[in-house]
Design a binder for this molecule. Structure first.
Ligand code: BGC
Length: 435
């Protein structure tokens, strides 16, 4: 039965798919710094390591078939640097062939691939060289970028250079949540600067190899509000968090403008345009009282305590688009919903509905939406316990079971939007938890 037009949320122009990263799903790779990090006691909440993950390195065919059967239109995936270049300048052609096969199947099943070239983890050899702290190391990553883009240019035109440089820099160099677990504002800013330089150079490099390429980076942005509106220190904390965590970085990475906390303008980069789309990873809002994350009381929260604040997606996209106009690709949006003993999830459909409703109501040029993620995957320091997937994974048997949200997203794609009936069936039966 068609639903009444007044309740139909049109999304026909939005290309919808899912996003993931290589390390979080593949398993089997010991040549990267997160595998090494996970060996230290106490680093990963549940003591797991990325060695198991989803065993996607071997199960890529069944995972891709499942995505195809849901009708997903695009797939953001990572190419694992530590596999492709196991030692500096040494290329593993079998690993590249394996990715080529996977991407060919992704395309055969009707999905446009979007390939990420750095997503949090590094090859061990790059780590040992001092990784992103050292500007001279940028050339190593660019060599990898050139190799991958040349090797895949007949299959892929859409690229994410770097995933969330701000999260990378702060979790590894300020907050002790990731390797190399240092604690220094100076280093965190230095790493952001080096990643911004790397992105601008990669933008030019990729376009030099492939004229039709679409290149951007996945920017993690949050809405920031003062924990207490009347407290001037909280207001200052919220403004400075946004400035230091995301705004200055946007100017460097999108506009090639380096200044202030990110240091002097590099001699080979002039202000200009370093994006073909605006990549936005949006999850939550922060209530600031200092530089740590906080949450306003009485708001809906996910199972990690992150506030669910759909309007923030529009606020962040709007901030970027006002300054750097381009089509918006939501390169990640999703939530941790661990379900209950009787149900695989409690509120993911509602989360999807609320964020897509905000997109549908907005005048901004949203072009793509990537739900994070397809199958529950290895969630960095949170290990296997926290679940973001549309599809449940039983890690012991590697059995995939689609959740209600997988069916919901599939229906949204098939119907070109959200009907009143789909809302009643998938959304109205779910509830948020209040924090
Ligand atoms: C990262 C993902 C991560 C997700 C959920 C994003 O910041 O890009 O790798 O799994 O958040 O925590």
């Amino acid at each position: 039965m068609p639903s009444s037009p007044t309740t139909f949320l049109p999304l026909g122009k939005l290309m919808i798919g899912t996003a993931t990263s290589s390390l979080q799903i593949e398993g089997g790779d010991r040549n990267n710094n997160w595998y090494e990090w996970a060996q230290y006691p106490g680093t990963i909440a549940d003591g797991t390591s990325p060695l198991r993950a989803n065993d996607h390195w071997n199960r890529w065919r069944e995972d891709t078939e499942l995505m195809g059967s849901l009708g997903l239109k695009t797939y953001r995936m990572g190419i694992e640097w530590s596999r492709i270049e196991p030692a500096p300048g040494q290329w593993d052609t079998a690993a590249m062939d394996r990715y080529r096969e996977e991407i060919a199947l992704v395309k055969e099943r009707g999905m446009v691939p979007l390939v990420t070239l750095h997503h949090f983890n590094n090859p061990l050899w790059f780590q040992r060289l001092g990784e992103w702290e050292k500007p001279e190391n940028i050339a190593h990553w660019l060599r990898f970028v050139g190799h991958v883009v040349k090797g895949l240019s007949d299959l892929v035109t859409d690229w994410v250079t770097i995933n969330e440089p701000n999260v990378y820099a702060t979790s590894g160099f300020l907050f002790h949540e990731a390797p190399p677990a240092k604690k220094s504002y100076r280093l965190a800013l230095k790493v952001m600067r080096n990643m911004a330089i790397a992105h601008c150079r990669a933008y030019r490099l990729i376009h030099g190899i492939q004229s039709g390429a679409r290149v951007g980076f996945a920017h993690h942005m949050r809405s920031f509000v003062p924990a207490q509106e009347r407290n001037p220190l909280h207001r200052l904390a919220s403004r400075s968090s946004a400035f230091l965590f995301q705004d200055e970085l946007s100017h460097a990475m999108l506009g090639g403008k380096f200044r202030g906390v990110l240091g002097r303008q590099p001699s080979d980069i002039s202000p200009g345009k370093y994006y073909d789309y605006l990549g936005l990873n949006y999850y939550s809002r922060t209530a600031s009282a200092g530089f740590e994350d906080g949450t306003l009381p009485g708001k809906p929260v996910n199972d990690l305590g992150w506030e669910i604040y759909p309007q923030g997606l529009i606020e962040c996209a709007g901030w970027m688009h006002e300054r750097y106009p381009a089509p918006i690709w939501v390169t990640e949006n999703g939530t941790c919903d661990n379900g209950s003993p009787t149900s695989l999830e409690n509120f993911r459909c509602r989360f999807i509905y609320d964020h897509l409703a905000a997109i549908s109501a907005s005048d901004l040029p949203f072009e793509r939406y990537y739900h994070w993620c397809f199958v529950d995957n290895w969630e960095w320091a949170d290990g296997e316990a926290q679940r973001f997937g549309l599809v449940h994974n039983d890690y012991a048997t590697q059995t995939r079971t689609p959740k209600l949200s997988a069916e919901f997203l599939s229906r949204i794609i098939a119907e070109g939007g959200i009907s009143g009936e789909a809302k009643r069936e998938f959304v109205d039966v779910q509830r948020y938890r209040i924090g």
